[in-house]
Design a protein around this ligand. Structure first.
Ligand code: KG4
Ligand code: ZN
Length: 355
């Protein structure tokens, strides 16, 4: 028999969708007691990107020690866990399967409920954790390695999709530009680092859909424009671009991404008349992007909720969305599967905002 829900009960949460093995413990407030992330960056760096097979094997080795460490930091034992949460979608299927299997095993062995959480929607819930108060209804922007999506979030459990990238995600564009510039993996932080010494106006890169009422994104043309600019700077046989021109390229690329993300968020806020913008995902760790969002929000009187860096990049604490699902009775069966593809919520079309 499943134990009855108790407001003071502890949740154990597991994340293994990509290259971070993570576990967290939170209560039903939700208050995070421990959040442990074992990054696999060192394992994938020499391949220049995440290798799915390597990621899955590393999750298998690291997951139980990471869970142990989360329980130790929370100061509780495994028998104190009253529910298990797992992010089962989207992600790399082999990587997800490790976390999903472990979560099902814990739920079965402890005889406690299992709650499945969507990783993309959990990135928005990280804002609820950071704010320590309700942030809904709001506009939610998720900018990660695999997704760039704008949501109308009526509540933590009721999202509509306002727009999404039609090709590359913003984080993916950062990673590819980093690789073109020879900056290695992971790319986002490396591009940000050299962009600090660059001129964001040095190159006039495209800003797709900037003045278009639709709230979708496209970053593949921008990526190609960076490639052509780089080739023009450093033709074959030359000694390569100077470090100043690489910084200028990085800063101009970064600014083009930021301009579109900030403007589309503004349009979504204006069209819905909502006042709160919640931003999550790895790219939200970017300092220039955070500043761009802050000044837009200050100019228009919006409240910006953007979590500290550790809650922007992948972690298991954001699975505290499970508390809301558990309160709503949305429990997962023990034959829960890993779902690699993101099945987003219904699409909502808004009246156009003023440019
Ligand atoms: O949310 P996340 O940790 O994992 C996914 O769910 O994809 O996002 C990872 C992405 C990567 O593409 C990474 O390059 C990007 O976030 N990223 C950044 C920064 N830190 C991480 N992009 C730009 N600037 C950063 N500081
Ligand atoms: Zn993520």
């Amino acid at each position: 028999m499943i134990r009855m829900p108790d407001p003071s009960m502890y949740f154990l949460a597991i994340e293994s969708s990509c290259d971070e093995t993570a576990a967290a413990v939170f209560d039903a407030t939700p208050r995070v007691l421990a959040s442990v992330v074992a990054s696999q960056t060192d394992l994938h760096a020499r391949f220049g990107g995440v290798v799915p097979e390597v990621a899955a094997r590393a999750h298998l080795q690291r997951l139980l020690p990471v869970v142990d460490e989360a329980l130790r930091r929370a100061g509780i034992g495994i028998r104190d866990i009253g529910a298990v949460a797992v992010m089962n979608s989207p992600g790399l299927v082999g990587a997800l399967l490790v976390g999903v299997s472990a979560a099902k095993m814990f739920a079965l062995a402890l005889n406690v409920p299992l709650v499945a959480v969507n990783h993309i929607e959990a990135h928005i819930y990280a804002c609820r954790l950071a704010a320590e108060r309700d942030v809904f209804p709001c506009i939610g922007l998720v900018v990660s390695g695999g997704h760039t999506s704008l949501f109308h979030c009526r509540s933590a459990l009721d999202f509509a999709l306002l727009g999404a990238t039609i090709d590359d995600a913003a984080g993916e564009a950062f990673d590819k530009v980093a690789s073109m510039l020879g900056l290695g993996f992971p790319g986002g932080p490396a591009v940000e680092r050299i962009a600090r010494d660059g001129n964001p106006q040095a190159f006039a890169f495209p800003r797709a859909f900037l003045r278009d009422p639709r709230l979708d994104f496209s970053f593949s043309g921008l990526k190609t424009a960076v490639l052509y600019a780089l080739r023009a700077l450093a033709p074959e046989g030359s000694s390569g671009p100077t470090s100043q021109s690489k910084s200028d390229l990085a800063a101009s690329f970064q600014q083009a991404v930021i301009d579109v993300l900030v403007e589309k968020s503004r349009q979504a806020l204006e069209s819905t008349r909502l006042k709160v913008l919640s931003v999550g995902g790895g790219v939200a760790a970017n300092g220039a992007f955070r500043q761009g969002l802050e000044s837009m929000a200050a100019r228009h009187g919006y409240m910006l909720v953007i979590p500290p860096l550790a809650l922007c990049t992948d972690n298991a604490a954001m699975a505290a969305l499970a508390v809301e699902k558990w309160k709503a009775g949305q429990l997962a069966p023990l034959d829960l599967d890993a779902e690699p593809t993101y099945v987003g919520p219904r699409r909502e079309t808004l009246p156009a905002a003023k440019a």
